[in-house]
Ligand binder design. Structure first.
Ligand SMILES: [Zn+2]
Length: 415
């Protein structure tokens, strides 16, 4: 019998952790940090054999993609644990480790490759590369004892890899018994209307860049590779240079993809915020910044190039910018989830914008599929039961499929 337990995620976005058991062996799909946990180190680990101490029955932990709500508790697992993760995703988490507390270095790794099945004890695992706001994201098909479970991971069909979802819908895995389907956007009105594509954002950015006198700041995640490409395209069209920080460039290099903007490209420059310089100095990691020297813009140079530049921004850079005399900041474009603006930690940012009279604009698109795409993917599995996961609205799944099966966190059920 193949048994499954969603330890967390049946009624929330984030913190996903699924255990699959067959013949006394088990694998885990994601070991995420819940979004609302104040102290991750104090959070009790899920009751999975092999999580608190090594256990040979735990054959591997799949990390579907490098977002913290899917890998954030991985650092607390025994170092003997085998992780299955995309090669670029692993490199990105390693790269982040040099700059942030949210990075990860894994010892025993099996790399997931698009549609390359691998065997782990009684399990056959087939990863499917998908479109998502994290680079190198996978859905996975798990087969054991003739049963088939498909886990969607996080995905969308309006990013730069949208064709991957079209390919999945055109040739989905057959005879699937159970689908664990993410539903992040269900219940949100925008999910009905559909979301702009990454490419739709390019002219929106261009217009904002052209309407701005002075430096444009764009608050976006340094790990949202699709968005960085969008920004680069917008900059080219608006004839502005794109200024990135060493952390972001390190992430871009970690993708191993030469077509992603990086230093050495004619309109990419580097500004090293104080927080990153301190971190590099403390860690003695000068190799992270020395190769960037020919492309750097130093604080005193910034006012002179402000009106023909766009700078990737995060709230921790406020003090860097305040120290630069004569710097004209024309606009801040928020290019992250709108909810972050309401977060009490970002109160300081809103106060700063008001104090410096900097107009705020918004330009973003979701990392998750809209309901139409969810419905199309569900239609690929007419004979399967669909289990809601990574959603706050399991009740809203009824419109997606005829056989929705709601389960609770922490309970085992059979496939
Ligand atoms: Zn994600």
């Amino acid at each position: 019998m193949v048994r499954v337990c969603i330890h967390r995620g049946t009624k929330e976005i984030g913190g996903t952790c699924v255990e699959v058991e067959s013949q006394g062996k088990r694998i885990v799909l994601d070991v995420g940090l819940p979004l609302d946990v104040a102290d991750p180190a104090a959070m009790p680990l899920h009751a999975v054999p092999g999580f608190d101490k090594p256990d040979p029955s735990l054959l591997g932990v799949v990390i579907s993609h490098p977002h913290q709500d899917h890998y954030g508790l991985a650092y607390r697992l025994p170092e003997e644990t085998t992780f299955l993760i995309g090669q670029a995703a692993e490199s990105i988490l390693e790269a982040a480790d040099a700059f942030t507390t949210a990075g990860l270095r894994l010892k025993h790794v099996i790399h997931l490759k698009d549609r390359c099945a691998l065997r782990l004890g009684p399990f056959r695992i087939t990863p499917y590369l998908v479109d998502h706001s994290a680079y190198d994201s996978y859905a996975v098909l798990v087969e054991a004892e003739g049963k088939r479970l498909f886990y969607s991971g996080d995905f969308r069909a309006h990013g730069r890899k949208a064709r991957l979802i079209e390919r999945l819908i055109a040739s989905p895995p057959r005879n699937v018994d159970v689908v664990l389907m993410e539903g992040t956007t269900l219940g949100r009105p925008e999910s009905h209307e559909g979301f702009p594509t990454e490419n739709d954002l390019v002219p929106q950015f261009v217009q904002l860049f052209k309407q701005t006198d002075g430096l444009v700041l764009v608050w976006a995640s340094g790990q949202n590779v699709d968005r960085l490409v969008t920004l680069y395209k917008g900059c080219r069209q608006a004839r502005r240079q794109l200024i990135l920080d060493p952390y972001t460039l390190h992430i871009m290099r970690a993708t191993g993809n030469e077509r992603i903007p990086h230093e050495g490209w004619s309109s990419v420059r580097v500004f090293a915020p104080l927080s990153q310089r301190i971190r590099i100095k403390r860690g003695g990691d000068f190799h992270l910044i020395n190769p960037l020297r020919p492309y750097r813009i130093f604080p005193e140079q910034l006012p002179g190039v402000a009106k023909r530049s766009v700078m990737l921004f995060r709230p921790s850079m406020i003090r860097d910018l305040d120290r630069i005399a004569g710097l004209k900041i024309g606009r801040l474009i928020c290019s992250v989830w709108r909810g972050y603006l309401d977060d009490k930690h970002n109160r300081r940012l809103l106060d700063w914008l008001k104090r410096r009279d900097i107009p705020l604009a918004y330009c973003h698109t979701s990392g998750h599929a809209n309901r139409h795409v969810l419905k199309r993917l569900c239609a690929c599995f007419p004979w399967a039961r669909v289990v809601p996961i990574h959603t706050e609205r399991p009740d809203a799944y009824a419109e997606l499929h005829g056989a929705i099966w709601q389960v609770n966190d922490g309970e085992f059920w059979s496939v």
